[in-house]
Ligand binder design. Structure first.
Ligand code: KG4
Ligand code: ZN
Length: 371
């Protein structure tokens, strides 16, 4: 990729747009010379109500909702930032991975604005947005380790620099958030499943069901959750009809297995990370994605980081889940590191791994729906 230094970045205001899944979002962000940021506005419309009755995201409904909401959100983002389109120096939109209908809505809008205003366009990889958020919030130094756990992705990524990512591990089947959502659905709990499973688990006995711990001891850093989902289904089927306590016990057992698999995978990754010879002064593990909200998982990650003497960074929830500030920020980081803007004919990509050189894994990112 060609590089060209950009001057006066400090004054730059970028409008970011995010429409890759079920959040419609627009934000205005500036990056200061010392690497810190100003988030002038950060608007998000969550489509959960549109999708909850279906127990998951319906792509066609998502695309329609983006069309309906995006213009209004951009207007709100500009108003909150106290500026107009004329004050925007560049436009950035998620161009993959994700649901293609939604990606088209956001990217086409950004293209139209860039064309009309004669300003640069940045077509951003949604995963790069998540990967660089820790620099927006905490100005972390490279390289740091990122655990991305959301509805569509479960990845361990070594973030070595802007546009420089090594995927150390990924799920070979379901994403972790998807496993929470499917478990909730099996137990007739509401969507999204993560918060519902976490809440039910609080009242449960985590030892009543002996559920498997996928990938424990496996040499790779990959994840797998479909076997656990099947075990949950079997446990639930065996005791129909399910009483409230049964549901709580299954949820507690599910979370216990998830925590055990994460403990195994993440400690292996932290060991490998700690042994790198180019560690920064303050080595760090960052967690991103909706599942990062889970208290038991957060406590586990914190204790593992203490054990390996690595800083634990969990950005505020609204910047951990899908948002447009991270998309604007990724564009600003690209500018600051001399990457050129994208051409106006850039196409959205439902699949777009961060490390394009690496071999793809069966199932990883297959939905491309949520990251
Ligand atoms: O990053 P995110 O908000 O959206 C996308 O994936 O696009 O992540 C949503 C996922 C859902 O699968 C949801 O069930 C899960 O994050 N989630 C949780 C919790 N809160 C949300 N999973 C476990 N525990 C939670 N407290
Ligand atoms: Zn995401």
């Amino acid at each position: 990729m060609s590089k060209k230094p950009i001057k006066n970045l400090e004054q730059f205001k970028i409008l970011g747009i995010e429409t890759s899944c079920d959040e419609t979002a627009a934000a205005v962000v500036t990056r200061l010379e010392d690497g810190s940021s100003v988030i002038h506005s950060d608007m998000v419309y969550s489509q959960i109500d549109e999708h909850s009755q279906f127990g998951g995201v319906v792509p066609e409904l998502a695309a329609r909702a983006h069309v309906e909401k995006l213009d209004g959100l951009i207007a709100q983002a500009l108003e909150k930032a106290d500026c107009t389109l004329d004050d925007i120096d560049a436009f950035a939109a998620t161009s993959g991975p994700g649901l293609i209908g939604g990606l088209m809505v956001g990217l086409m809008s950004a293209k139209a604005l860039a064309m009309v205003k004669h300003k640069p366009l940045y077509a951003i990889n949604h995963l790069e947005g998540h990967a660089l958020t820790a620099r927006l919030t905490d100005q972390l130094e490279f390289p740091y380790l990122l655990l991305l756990v959301s509805g569509g992705h479960t990845q361990l990524i070594l973030v070595e620099g802007v546009d420089n990512y090594q995927r150390w591990g990924t799920t070979i089947d379901d994403a972790l958030g998807e496993a929470f959502d499917k478990t909730a659905k099996l137990l007739s709990l509401p969507y999204p499943g993560g918060p519902a499973v976490e809440k039910a688990a609080l009242q449960g006995d985590e030892n009543r069901f002996d559920l498997p711990v996928p990938m424990r001891g496996h040499k790779s850093l990959d994840f797998s959750f479909s076997g656990l989902k099947t075990a949950v289904r079997q446990a639930a089927t065996n005791i129909q009809p399910l009483a409230e306590q049964d549901v709580s016990d299954i949820c507690a057992g599910f979370q216990k297995s998830v925590t055990a698999t994460l403990r195994d995978r993440i400690s292996r990754a932290l060991k490998r990370y700690s042994e790198l010879d180019n560690l920064p002064a303050e080595p760090a593990l960052v967690v991103a994605g909706g599942v990062a909200a889970n208290k038991q998982i957060q406590a586990l990650l914190k204790s593992l980081c203490d054990e390996y003497e690595v800083k634990f960074v969990a950005p505020p929830h609204h910047l951990c889940t899908d948002n447009a500030a991270m998309i604007a920020w990724a564009a600003l980081e690209r500018m600051a590191h001399g990457f050129e803007a994208d051409a106006l004919d850039v196409a959205p990509r439902s699949r777009w791994p961060l490390d394009e050189g690496a071999a793809s894994k069966v199932g990883s990112g297959k939905r491309g729906a949520k990251a």
